[in-house]
Write a protein that binds this ligand. Sequence first.
Ligand code: PEP
Length: 237
Amino acid sequence: MKIIASNFKTNHTRKSTKEFIENVNTFISEEKIENDVYIFPTATALDSFSVNENLIIGTQNAFHVKNGSYTGEIGTEQLDEFGIKTILIGHSERRHIIGESQKNIALKYNYYKALGYKIIYCVGEPLEVKESGLTETLGYIWEQFDGVDLDYENLVIAYEPVWAIGTGVVASIEDISTIHRKIKKKITKPLLYGGSVKPANLEEILNIENVDGTLIGTSSWNVEDFKEMIQITKNKS
Ligand code: PEP
């Protein structure tokens, strides 16, 4: 069954997140959605939500600690308060805007792996790498797996080309199909595509071989659009 995930990034308040989650949860019950639906709100909006088992609330980020002196970060003490057991790691905005190194990403990965978290692990190349060719692109992607155990049972991978994230530019069917095939040859984990997915292109993307679901930013922040995309995902399973 295909997966659908929403990354709120730095959007929605605590109040609107609660309303969004409750709205989606009712939809899941009424429409008998059995697919795994993930929502990654901001850290300030995390809470103990009473939702269907297949509606999974995760954190967009956390530091590889229980607690301590890491200004601006949260650790597992804060996540445990709400029973959060799912984390996004390696998102391109953390790699390229915040400047998280592969070494730190691997540290985080191993910390949360040891605690049994479900990890949605993101990889993807910037435009200049894509323009240098497929070999360079794959080389770049493989380096983003340095220090990461690919046999981890709770691992889901998201291929998100940097040039397609939040830009409105979607990778072509051929691009997605080529990269997903190459990744799947090496790694037999569920593989999501992310990058300007929206209601109008979701079905086409889900039809591509080796696409096990999507990780969606911008177009998932409107609850009606997100519900429409959940319905499309259900019908594709
Ligand atoms: C993302 O943030 O993971 C993402 C894919 O964003 P967008 O859908 O806005 O491109």
